[in-house]
Each structure stands twice: as C-alpha cells, then as structure tokens.
Design a protein around this ligand. Structure first.
Ligand code: SAM
Ligand code: SF4
Ligand code: SF4
Length: 342
C-alpha cells in the first residue's frame, strides 16, 4: 500500500491518483436512484453536442492528468457505451504513456456489441451495474428499460472477451434489499466476478434520498455471514474504496462501498470530468472548474497542468465525512450522478 510519487496534494494532503471521465449525460436506463423517468423524460434537456468534449480534447486533458501522476482512468456517464465510437476513445487513452489502467462502468446491455472491440482497444476491466437477479425487481428499479437477461448477456460477453468484471449493486431499502442474498449466492458461484454492494447515496437532487433508505453495509455483511463465512481482505492499494471480503469456502470475493456509513473522504484520490468539460473535485461538489474553456482557448499542456494543480491544491472536499457527522444531508446545490459520472 504505497502513497507514492509526486502527484499534487490537496489541503488534506490527499494525492491526485484517479480520474473519472463522464463521456455522456444520456442513458438508455432510468434507474430510480439516478435518473428517475419523471425527472428525466426522453425530451429532457440533455447536453447539446457542441458543449461536449471531443475525444481529442478528452485525451489531451487525460494525458496532462497522467503526467501529473494519475494512474487510473475510468470511463463512465450516463451510459458510456451510448456514445458513438467509444472504442476509439479507449484506443486513444490506451496510448497515453504511464497510464496503468483503463476501466469502464456500464449498465452492460451494449457489451455484447462492444466487449471484444473494447478489449482489443486496451480496456482492462468493466464494472457492470446490476441491482437484482429477479427480473421484476430489476426492471422496476431501472424504469423498465432492460432485463436481467440483457445484462447477464453483457457480462458473458465481457468475460468471453477477457475483460475483468465487477458487479455494482446499489442497495435501496424498499426496492431491492430482498435481492442481497440471491445476488450474493448467484455470484459466489462465479469466482471470476466480484459483487460489490453500494450504499444508496444522496447524489443529485432527483432521487428522493433519505438516510432511512440506506442499508448499512455491516447489516448486509451480517446477513451474508448467515449462509457463508467471510473474512476481510487487506486493501491492495492506498485509497481503495471497496472493503473486500473473501468466502472461506470458495475463491469468490465480495466488496462494500460504504459511502454513507463508513466514509472514506480522508483517502479520496479521485477527480471527475463531466461530459461538458468541467472538473469536479468531489461527487458532491456544487461547482465545477471549466477546463474545456481553457483547452478551447488554446492553452498549452503546461497551462492545463498548472490549472489542474491549482484546482487540486485548493481542494477541501469531505462531504461524506461531514454528512456522517451531521447524519442529515447538508443543504447545497448538488450535481446529478448521470452528469458528473459515478
Ligand atoms: N450507466 C453506467 C452504470 O450504470 O453503470 C455508468 C454510470 S452510473 C452513474 C455509475 C454507477 O453509479 C452505477 O454503478 C450506479 O449504480 C451508481 N449510482 C448511481 N446513482 C447512485 C446513487 N444514488 N447511490 C449509489 N450509487 C449510485
Ligand atoms: Fe443510467 Fe447508470 Fe444512472 Fe442507471 S445508474 S440511470 S444505467 S447512468
Ligand atoms: Fe471523495 Fe467527495 Fe466522496 Fe468524500 S464525498 S469520498 S471527498 S467524492
């Protein structure tokens, strides 16, 4: 677990290691906790094309981040596989010197079309979101836009292509808690896939979040211990978000993203770029920093790096820590997850 290199540090001495790039704010799903269909109808005012960063611009910005010490890039959205020629973007990112890892987060339904091409382009792993193994529960949760079979086909396509696969399951009380054990049992049989339980978060202003709707990861762990013994696994690297556990009677692992009940702001090394080119130093930041204008106004690579360093050096964000202490959400303007990228 090293906290190596000369990456820029923020005001709390956290290094800048990870970059998440949202390449579209559009999605073919309408998950109730992210883009509820009454707030995001099909004619919703999504970002116009001209405001969205081109792939060339994304690669230029990402290259500067990597030169500053970022080692991991995750492509996300909205649904990233909806954006045209996404394979070309991955190819471009893969050419960046010293970038160790490229990942992508997807709802999985377009993986049968793209998994092989993405792997050939240099993608290493995908995180696929799946909130239930029961189709009725799943379709209710995603706004009736996709089936469990669609996602399982996507997962198979990713595995066949040689991609690493992790599953993200957001657990929301009253919606899918009955699926915790069935999901765990289903994926325990697949030792090459790690299932991660994500606590329902108060991102954005659309999902009607209440603390009461969060099922603490500890409760989930207790529930799972009833059918199989689990032991904690040490983190692989500084700032690893998921708390991992291994089944004693199989090689399978599970993980917990305890964003609400056991916050991890003190080791948060992530920065995000929205599809329209603003950088956000926290999932809960109210304002972004307009790196697109800097790039479009002809900034040199050194100017871009200076801008990033300046933004990161001033970073004070620790929203989840503060929420945890106060146990109620702070009243502030918040950015939607589909825009900023999960
Ligand atoms: N569309 C892709 C997908 O669903 O995987 C990528 C974008 S999505 C915003 C990224 C991740 O954020 C998904 O795993 C999703 O489940 C998670 N997410 C969205 N809203 C959330 C919320 N309110 N609380 C916790 N996780 C959330
Ligand atoms: Fe779309 Fe992903 Fe949000 Fe679901 S979680 S609505 S799939 S962006
Ligand atoms: Fe990082 Fe902000 Fe989440 Fe804390 S609340 S872990 S600072 S993104």
């Amino acid at each position: 677990m090293t906290k190596n290199n000369n990456a820029p540090l923020d005001t709390l001495k956290r290094p800048l290691f990870d970059l998440r790039i949202s390449i579209t704010d559009r999605c073919n799903f309408r998950c109730t906790y992210c883009m509820p269909s009454d707030i995001f109808p099909t004619d919703y005012g999504f970002l116009p094309k001209t405001t969205i960063l081109s792939y060339e611009e994304i690669i230029k910005i990402a290259t500067n981040f990597v030169e500053l010490g970022v080692r991991k890039v995750r492509v996300t959205g909205g649904e990233p596989l909806l954006r045209k020629d996404v394979v070309q973007l991955v190819e471009g990112l893969n050419k960046i010197e010293n970038l160790r890892e490229i990942g992508l987060t997807t709802n999985g339904v377009l993986l049968p079309k793209y998994a092989k091409q993405l792997k050939n382009a240099g993608l290493k792993r995908v995180n696929v979101s799946l909130d239930a193994i029961n189709n009725d529960v799943f379709t209710k949760m995603n706004g009736n836009k996709g089936t469990v079979t669609d996602v399982l086909k996507g997962i198979d396509a990713a595995l066949d292509a040689g991609l690493g696969v992790k599953i993200n399951m957001v657990v929301r009380k009253g919606w899918n808690e009955q699926e915790i054990v069935p999901m765990a049992k289903y994926f325990k049989e697949k030792s090459n896939i790690t299932l991660r339980f994500i606590e329902f978060m108060d991102v954005g202003a659309s999902n009607g979040w209440r603390l009461d709707d969060v099922i603490p990861s500890k409760e989930i762990l207790n529930e799972l211990q009833k059918f199989s013994q689990l032991e904690p696994v040490n983190p692989d690297y500084y700032g690893e978000v998921a708390k991992r556990y291994k089944y004693l009677d199989s090689d399978s692992e599970i993980g917990f993203i305890t964003s609400v009940t056991e916050t991890f702001c003190s080791s948060c090394t992530r920065i995000r770029i929205s599809a329209d080119g603003k950088i956000y130093t926290c999932l809960f930041a109210s304002e972004g920093h307009d790196i697109k204008s800097i790039v479009r106004n002809g900034a040199t690579n050194d100017d871009i790096k200076d801008y990033i360093i300046d933004v990161w050096n001033k970073r004070e964000d620790r929203y989840s820590d503060v929420r945890h202490i106060n146990t109620f959400p702070e009243k502030r303007k918040k950015i939607e997850m589909s825009y900023i990228g999960g």
